[in-house]
Design a protein around this ligand. Structure first.
Ligand SMILES: Nc1nc2c(ncn2[C@@H]2O[C@H](COP(=O)(O)OP(=O)(O)OP(=O)(O)O)[C@@H](O)[C@H]2O)c(=O)[nH]1
Length: 298
């Protein structure tokens, strides 16, 4: 399973554990208030929010978070307010001048803190559903969302889209069973995603179709990369139960031009893929904007 998928699960688990720790912190405060002969700096000092377990979690998250940094910053802000409101209650109790107002502020700070936590969890769960459960690859939705910025950020190097479809995959399912078919798709995804550069991305487009967005300066280089990926898969012994399965795929390859919409690029790649399938499969079919195609196989 892809690292991203397990990373999201781990973040949710850690977030839940840290939230539980904050409930424990509240119980600690009640004890502190009841006994109020003990001094607990982690509750009363100005940087108490940094000392509690939740504060440690926030610091780590702020360093590691990418897409959801704003959510964590919001949680951090509200977490600080909870500690401030709590300190005010303790001071008011010590000074015997507690009013409804200090408790109301504390209640409000807790409510907006939990609301910020929920918002971040919803973000994480949405992110999780953008990844394919079988292969761990990002789904097409992520490509849709990131395509324009990916294309705009393009430097001197060109960007290419490879749309690939496993050949005769129905036969793989019929011969070895659907579960072994799943293993084949997972092996393909794992092998190919490990064989592309870190700056490049692979997506599950649907069923037995995948997309790779890759960097290459020209058609020649793009074809070399695509053919290397195709050969690697064709030569891979995929272990599925007691079976060793080999597969091939056919791919449509096309350059992504500046300002092009994803739909246009996909239509072109799909046309090349269709031609590749018709012409015998197990090949890379390059297509340009004039819809001229060239086949690479062997
Ligand atoms: N095991 C498994 N099979 C899947 C999955 N998604 C799609 N399939 C199967 O993929 C097969 C695709 O079959 P077809 O579209 O007929 O194409 P094909 O047999 O690969 O033939 P060509 O594409 O023409 O080479 C169908 O049998 C689907 O059930 C999946 O997640 N797991």
């Amino acid at each position: 399973m892809n690292r991203k998928f397990t990373e999201i699960d781990e973040t949710i688990r850690e977030l839940n554990a840290s939230t539980d720790a904050h409930f424990k912190w509240l119980v600690k405060i009640l004890r502190f208030i009841a006994n109020h002969d003990i001094d607990l700096p982690e509750i009363t000092c100005d940087d108490a929010h940094q000392r509690c377990e939740f504060g440690h979690w926030i610091n780590t998250r702020l360093q590691e978070e990418r897409e959801g940094k704003n959510f964590v910053l919001d949680i951090s802000k509200k977490h600080i307010r909870v500690h401030q409101a709590c300190r005010n209650i303790i001071t008011a109790i010590n000074d015997k001048c507690q009013t409804d107002a200090v408790f109301n502020v504390f209640e409000q700070s807790l409510l907006s803190f939990t609301e910020a936590l929920t918002t971040y969890k919803v973000h994480l769960l949405q992110l999780r559903t953008s990844y394919d459960a079988l292969t761990g690859l990002p789904l097409r939705r992520i490509l849709d969302e990131s395509f324009t910025s990916m294309n705009n950020e393009l430097g001197a190097e060109g960007l290419y889209l490879l749309l690939l479809d496993v050949d005769h995959f129905k036969k793989v399912n019929d011969t070895y069973g659907h579960l072994n078919g799943d293993i084949v798709l997972r092996s393909l995804a794992m092998n190919m995603s490990n064989n592309i550069r870190r700056s490049e991305s692979m997506y599950r487009y649907g069923g037995e179709e995948f997309i790779v967005v890759m960097h290459a300066k020209d058609d020649r280089e793009a074809v070399t990369i695509a053919e290397r990926l195709r050969h690697d898969i064709a030569e891979l012994d995929m272990v599925a139960g007691e079976h060793i399965i080999r597969i091939t795929f056919t791919a449509g390859l096309t350059r992504i031009h500046p300002d092009e919409a994803l739909r246009e690029v996909l239509e072109r790649a799909d046309q090349a893929l269709y031609i590749g399938k018709k012409s015998g499969r197990n090949c890379t079919q390059l297509i340009n904007q004039r819809l001229e195609t060239k086949k690479f196989s062997g």
